[in-house]
Design a protein. Sequence first.
Lengths: 521, 296
Amino acid sequence: MRRTATFARLTLFNMLRLLRGPFLLPGTALFMAYFGWAGPFPGQSVDTWYADLTSAGLLIAAIGFGAVTPSAVREARHPVVSTTPLGRTGRVLALALAAVPLLWAVLGGLAAWLWLTAGPLPPAGIVNPYALPVPFLVAAAGPFGAMLLVLWTRSYLPLVMLALCLPLYLVYNGILLSERLNSAVSRASTALQQAVSPFPDFSVSLAGVGVYSLVYTSLALAALVALVVGARHRVRRVLIASAVTAAVLASGAVGVAVHGNRTVWPDAAGRPRTYGDDEIHGVDGPWPCREIEGVDYCPLPGYDSWVPSWHATLSPVLEELPGRARANAPVVWQDASWFSRAFEVSGPAVVVSDYMDPSLQPWQSYLYATFARKTLGMSAGAPSPHGMDDCRGTGQARSAAVVWVVDRVVSSHIPHDRFMRTDAVATAMTDMAPSPADLALGREIVAVPPDRVRAVLEEHWEEISSGRMDTLELAALLDVRVPADQTRIAGAPEWDSVFSDMNAGMYETWNPSLPLCPVSP
Amino acid sequence: MTAVLTGRVRLRGVTRRYGTRTALDGVDLDLGPGVTGLLGRNGAGKTTLMRCLATDLDATGGEVRLLGLDPSRAAERTDIRRRLGYLPQNPDFYPYFTAFALLDYMAVLKELGGRRARHDEVRRVLLQVGLYDRRHSRVRRLSGGMRQRLALASALMGDPALLLLDEPTVGLDPEQRIRFRNLVSRLAVESTVVLSTHQIEDVAALCGQIVCLDRGRVVFDGPPGALLARARGRVWEGPGDPGTGLTSWRLPDGRHRVLTPEAASAPGAGFVPVEPTLEDAYLLLVGLSGESEAAR
């Protein structure tokens, strides 16, 4: 009891010293300034929130490393008090533990701030509570790592190395370095990431992954603590016991990592793993889809609040098409950016992800074009969330129809930005492998009076959306003169010629080997 | 528990080996309240003995009882440490602590209670060693003598029942040395103080008991008077250097002081016997024990 009180007093003493030290408060201030400058992004999901928290955990571990180093040097190089009631192990642990609550307070404060300022509350997604302690355990590794390295080196060398490596890493991320150094920093960075999280597909939502990660991180940290207890200990049996304990714990951590990577992540056929909705924490079965104005939206569990923004983005596409086009509207299927969601939709689907911010014009154009293509029946057949049902519309009238719809919706937002409108039109065509005739019609159709195009679409919707109407027929209906060549995929000179007002070489067919979109009877 | 913690040291056949080298060889000691001077040449085993008494080193063999407790048992060792003050040889303090913070840190480790009690104790020992005015100075800004006083202050904290001082007066000026003697003699009324030193005058001024080590063995254990008695009739002063391997040195007035191994006739013409000092007695003791060892 008396020793426990002494341990607590020493921890408090060290805590006050750390607060007055040269690293903790300035480091925290810099860290907070960085996060204040870098984020948060409005409309964050729990996954982006957790990713920020994980990065913050690493940075705070680095701050803890620096903060504890001077006091660790005190214990390693100036051990004047070898005959006090509280022994060396107690002194060393009291020092490392003194830093941990301070670091956790900073990380907890940051977590709350990122959560509260992320946008509408609560942020979309589901948090697996088992994953939550992981960034905090990572942060705690900093002080213990400093203790271990300083006890072994009995110097400030580890801090010097950290001071050199951290800027190098930041420079590596921002500036091109020599290939050799770049590669070395890249390897070190990868090794660090692997050590912190050896599991692929890490998401705060997934049930099994969170538990694996928590067990792995706890074992790794416990191994580190065991090494700290024994580092350069004078008593041989303590040294051996700590080494054996650390080896057992580290083996356990490696075992968890290997087991997780072998048995949980890859599926039976060795393909990349996909996750059903029931593998998300607290979800029992497929998450329900929701229909709005004839369009089905299938969000990830916990992402229902995002459906209105997708609908707001995509519904103008349907408004430009005949009313009966709604029957062809694809399912809007949300995939995760941190793992692959098991695809549970039959029929055409548009895949959205949380990184596709609908408020950004490039993503808007992408979503308009994809949604319009699928509504116009441009789908290879077997549905897949990852673009495997894409097909080319070479020589098919519906390619030009897609371009017209994209331009109509884009121009409603930015009517005077000619560059952006042309860019949206050209980008929409890159996915459809257009012929010279398609290119010419796609460029000209945007200049045809909208009512006239709308009338043609209304009258010939079945022929166009089935792929039975070819490009030359549509051009004739709209009185647009185009080259007769509608079966060959246009080459780079033809692209540059049609889009001569844009930079040469800026656009070309994205994937000419796609199959031709099937024609419905 | 208080009854057994009243300040006693008892060693029986204590041995300490470092590999094949024997630093302590069958040491027997009984120390009570008061100051005991520990004398011996460099490498005689003084620091090893002090570290064993400080529970910093385990004895390889024999029996050690400190304050009535067995330091080889973890729980009893902790109890001993609660009542122990130890000033090691060449203390190396963390240079970025202030004097006050260093002692506060030591006070925490010595379990001197809550913040207020600790700070009161820190102020008390700082005043005792005359460093109160420098309490906010960092250790690296203190002179060698001041650091030695700081180390002494840390050993004095908590009124230890057993106070071990290894070369405590190194670097102290004469005024501080007198102050140190007064301080230690006051503490020794109730505590057991072991003073390991080469400063014979400190021993003469403070110690009621002298233990002399040579090659890890106790070659003398008794009061200063007994050591002096051994030297009577073996210390001479006279003109000129008698030579012939005797320990002698030239005095400021040109005469020579000579120590003879046996109480015998004068070492030369004109030499007369004089009253030995403790230093003479010590030199005769370690010189003789060294010779007898060499003869063996």
